[in-house]
Design a protein around this ligand. Structure first.
Ligand SMILES: [Mn+2]
Length: 273
């Protein structure tokens, strides 16, 4: 199978400058973009997120029709509302949310009111209705959701995770137990199709500084690669996002080099499907 690389230069969901400028940097490092998402800026952030996500969703839906693997590079994490909405129309997927944050904030409970902290909630119909409607009648099911590397929670998010018995493995838990042990644990679950949503802030900021909201004490890049390789080797991964790349916060091009390596590895794995 072939991979279609979709660049989504978008920052209105986080209100931090940089992620809208990814295309120049991806080009400079010869990451070949097959399609760039173009959208109209709205009068509000919600409108901008909506306009960007509806375009992203359409392009990802077309990938499935054309039997291409959609690899979305963003842009702040709100763009996953578009990509995952498309995936959910086609597959009953498990969602691997690999991120420092669980992104379960809701418009009522969010302190910052930034939409890039809300995509998981939105995809479970706990977000702004204009955005939640993108999922149509297909939402992320609690039992299909797995968080890896999370370490920065709002009190509301922590409560939500435990009240709803959602699987999550904090960065600390992964460091204490080893990636291998956690992956063995995951293998006990019944999983078929997978969407991977990789937020680069899951990686230690010293290794991957080019993100919007860095959090210390994360996973190493090599641990993240181990997880991704495992998922591709053992399951039916049907789509993926790499998000929150902010070239303006990058140091010595460390993050864009990580993006390039992940893209190349994913292309190689997908070519074997
Ligand atoms: Mn995120």
């Amino acid at each position: 199978m072939k991979t279609k690389i979709i660049a989504v230069p978008f920052e209105e969901g986080c209100g931090i400058k940089g992620s809208a400028e990814i295309v120049d940097y991806l080009n400079k490092f010869n990451i070949n973009i097959d399609k760039e998402v173009v959208f109209l800026k709205g009068k509000t952030n919600i409108e901008s997120v909506y306009n960007c996500c509806i375009e992203t969703k359409e392009i990802v839906l077309n990938c499935f029709k054309e039997k291409l693997f959609p690899l979305v590079i963003g842009g702040d994490h709100s763009i996953a509302i578009g990509s995952i909405s498309a995936t959910l129309q086609n597959y009953d997927t498990s969602i691997f949310w690999i991120d420092a944050h669980p992104d379960l904030e809701t418009p009522e409970n969010s302190i910052t009111k930034r939409i890039h902290g809300m995509p998981v909630a939105t995809l479970m119909k706990n977000g702004y209705s204009k955005l939640s409607d993108l999922t149509e009648d297909k939402v992320i099911k609690k039992e299909n959701l797995i968080f890896l590397g999370v370490r920065d929670f709002d009190p509301y998010e922590k409560q939500y995770l435990s009240e709803n018995s959602i699987d999550f493995y904090t960065a600390n838990c992964i460091q204490k137990n080893s990636v291998e042990k956690i992956l063995k644990e995951i293998q006990k679950k019944e999983i078929n199709f997978i969407h991977i949503s990789l937020d680069l802030d899951v990686i230690n900021p010293s290794e991957c500084p080019g993100v919007n909201t860095p959090v210390e004490e994360g996973l190493t890049y090599s641990q993240v690669r181990e997880i991704i390789d495992f998922l591709f080797d053992n399951y039916n991964v049907v789509s993926m996002d790499i998000v929150e790349y902010n070239p303006l916060n990058d140091k010595y091009n460390r993050s864009v080099k990580i993006v390039k390596e992940i893209v190349e590895s994913v292309k190689e794995k997908v070519s074997q499907f």
